[in-house]
Design a protein around this ligand. Sequence first.
Ligand code: PLP
Length: 391
Amino acid sequence: MKFVYLDNSATTELAPSVRKSMINAMDVYGNPSSLHSSGVRAKKIIENARSSVSKLINCNPSEIFFTSGGTEGNNSIINSIYQIAKENSEKRELIVSSIEHPSILSAAKNAEKNGVKVSYIAVDSECRLDINAFKKALNVNTALVSVMLANNEIGTIQDIKMISELAHEAGALMHSDIVQAVGKIEVNVDALGLDYATLSAHKIYGPKGVGAIFFKKGSPFQPLLVGGHQESSKRAGTYNTIGIVGFGEAAKLAINTPQIFAKDIMPIRDELAKKITDQIQNIKINSVPDFSLPNVLNVSFAGAEGESILLALDYHGIQVSTGSACASGSGKPSHVLMAMKADPEIAHGSIRFSFGLENTSDDVDYLMKCLPDIIENLRQISTVGYGGRDE
Ligand code: PLP
């Protein structure tokens, strides 16, 4: 049986050079905070990784600090609203889009419980931020705006440069979750006008459990983890040397991958969209190719359950994600599709195909050998509850 992995937005495999760099780093056991030569050696490979990550997004190495991943990064930035408020007591409002990753939305809910006014900005049926609603919500009390560069379920890319400009005009700071965008499209935090950004290594062929925050020099920051003086006291805890080295190597590779995604992967994604449209009735392509990541295609199959499609495809060796995660048992459809005002039946039958560098047209051919029959068979079965996804 052929194995086809089409779940690269959930996570990617380790690139061979990343694996090699991590194996080599296993011998560097000194604590990077130690002053002796073993510590200095470990510190050196961490600083090399920091330099590679900074080059990937065009910032200064001193503006990068390492975290345990995207979730920690997003929590830390939302948490920083308290520091912003400390520096200027008027600034106690937060604006986020309604399609953010749960690590932003849950942190925003917590902030609300602590007295922060949070505005959740709607998107249109193509998953683009409602700019008029955003402008209305912005005011002199807005401390922070957080809008993701690319959505993890649909792949939609937002006009972050314009959103940053509006945020700054109102005197607010701007954060963007760039976890899904880096390595797929070019990301330049300076050109985008960002004050903060969040990255995660495991979406770019690096290891899980490591990420980084871009933090523009001088921006207020409230550490989530306190204790030691690592990362200039912004993120306490002994360095994950092996993970950070793997992230650095992945970042080096990711500098060149946007061109490969545009040239080689986007046509395969578009070929799949065309074949699904031609061969299966009653479907809806939720991703809009003109402003989506080059590797993501989210499709709804009316009358079929996403999770059943996923399991049937897995039986044939094809791995995808549903537009929502039943496993959570929350019974809720995807918050992103709901924000796009999708019909609930459509939301329940959605699948995210996310391509990686290793995929080819043969993978699409194999998928299309299996998918039409699977959908036809499943359309006999009625839908059940779904939950929100978290990857
Ligand atoms: N933000 C986005 C857009 C994501 O897709 C993910 C991945 O699951 C995260 C944040 C969380 O990253 P991590 O898995 O490194 O905690």
